[in-house]
Design a protein around this ligand. Sequence first.
Ligand SMILES: NC(=O)C1=CN([C@@H]2O[C@H](COP(=O)(O)OP(=O)(O)OC[C@H]3O[C@@H](n4cnc5c(N)ncnc54)[C@H](OP(=O)(O)O)[C@@H]3O)[C@@H](O)[C@H]2O)C=CC1
Ligand SMILES: O=C([O-])CC(=O)C(=O)O
Length: 437
Amino acid sequence: MALSRLHTPCMEPKSLSSRPAAPLPSSASRVPRVQLSRRVLPCRVLCSVAPNQVESPGAQSTVADAPKKRECFGVFCTTYDLKAEEKTKSWKSLINIAVSGAAGMISNHLLFKLASGEVFGPDQPIALKLLGSERSFQALEGVAMELEDSLYPLLREVRIGMDPYEVFQDAEWALLIGAKPRGPGMERAALLDINGQIFAEQGRVLNAVASRNVKVIVVGNPCNTNALICLKNAPNIPAKNFHALTRLDENRAKCQLALKAGVFYDKVSNMTIWGNHSTTQVPDFLNAKINGLPVKEVITDTKWLEEEFTERVQKRGGVLIQKWGRSSAASTAVSIVDAIRSLVTPTPKGDWFSSGVYTNGNPYGIAEDIVFSMPCVSKGDGDYELAKDVIIDDFLRTRLKRTEAELLAEKRCVAHLTGEGNAYCDLPEDTMLPGEQ
Ligand SMILES: NC(=O)C1=CN([C@@H]2O[C@H](COP(=O)(O)OP(=O)(O)OC[C@H]3O[C@@H](n4cnc5c(N)ncnc54)[C@H](OP(=O)(O)O)[C@@H]3O)[C@@H](O)[C@H]2O)C=CC1
Ligand SMILES: O=C([O-])CC(=O)C(=O)O
């Protein structure tokens, strides 16, 4: 059912209305701390009237009086003066983080990491704006209730909603996790189209309402092409700000190399995942290092590196699904944390990290105008540059060509969603997500 954007009166649901208001700090003056948007949420979205306002049940509101409303969740609707709180004086200013698929498995791990401060730091208060759907809305309320009950000091706002225009408003980070899973018998082309529609819309919405410098991490699969679709629909946001998550693959590759070399995984560096987050991805053992030495000097079993290691990383997601009965959620959330931290903290000297980024003048000879995982370094300002001092031999080049061909084919399949004419889908037969086998 299509959701109306007209504002109808919002009531707190019974299950929450009896919850006592959280105590205010004694010194706090009751000033609104929420920048109010002019868009309003459908009534089923939890929202409440500001404490000093009374709304009669059934009263009709209009867009004109929307600024009096605050769409927030439970205890996070409490007003207080952040500046008046002694402990917050050294805090940075609040950042807005929007998350889609927020009631899903990955988010269920991620949101608590974000709220704890382990991602953005112990002096960075955050606002979480969580996007759900009719399908997930009850679960999303449950997630928000758990966030309330966790009493995270840095978590200053939680809003839940079904309208991306509302949820993505002023987003400084957009973590796009929600996507339809590929079901039995579904063609990959159909998955590309269905999820592509989601990411085309979300790109348009980000373009319209997010911060002009929003950083976008696309997790929902097929994440590279979804990220391409998203950025093509957001022409006013730099294409460089869009990432497809390949950090989980990097982490998986580091773990396998450490296991083989008999070292702890913190000894593995310069680990690049090249290309698509799919079974054609290329875990690069040529440039990776163990204890600062080239992997090939530490692991001399070339056959293992070229065959077993590569395939193990490419198919790790599928093996895990066979064990768990569902795809990686906790380790994916950890890898999203790693991906963000790699952008907001300086990369250790000489090292790099992998991210699926837009190819626009890359030095590695990769086709332009796709989202391709490559080695990146960051000064910690949210931006990145491509790594230098990377070597590419014939083995690596051949593998790069294969994953590049797959991404170019995926791009042709979604031409109707990127504004590049009619789609023509000729995907290679072995095109699979890491979780598919
Ligand atoms: N890049 C990577 O490294 C990895 C990517 N993934 C991908 O991340 C995505 C999310 O995984 P996970 O959190 O485990 O999945 P879940 O199934 O737990 O949650 C996915 C969410 O997607 C949303 N969704 C959007 N459209 C649909 C649709 N048409 N049908 C069903 N659900 C839909 C749902 O939220 P709502 O109803 O609120 O929209 C749902 O809560 C998947 O695409 C998965 O393949 C997973 C692991 C690793
Ligand atoms: O295929 C999936 O949905 C899971 C996935 O991406 C992974 O585990 O890398």
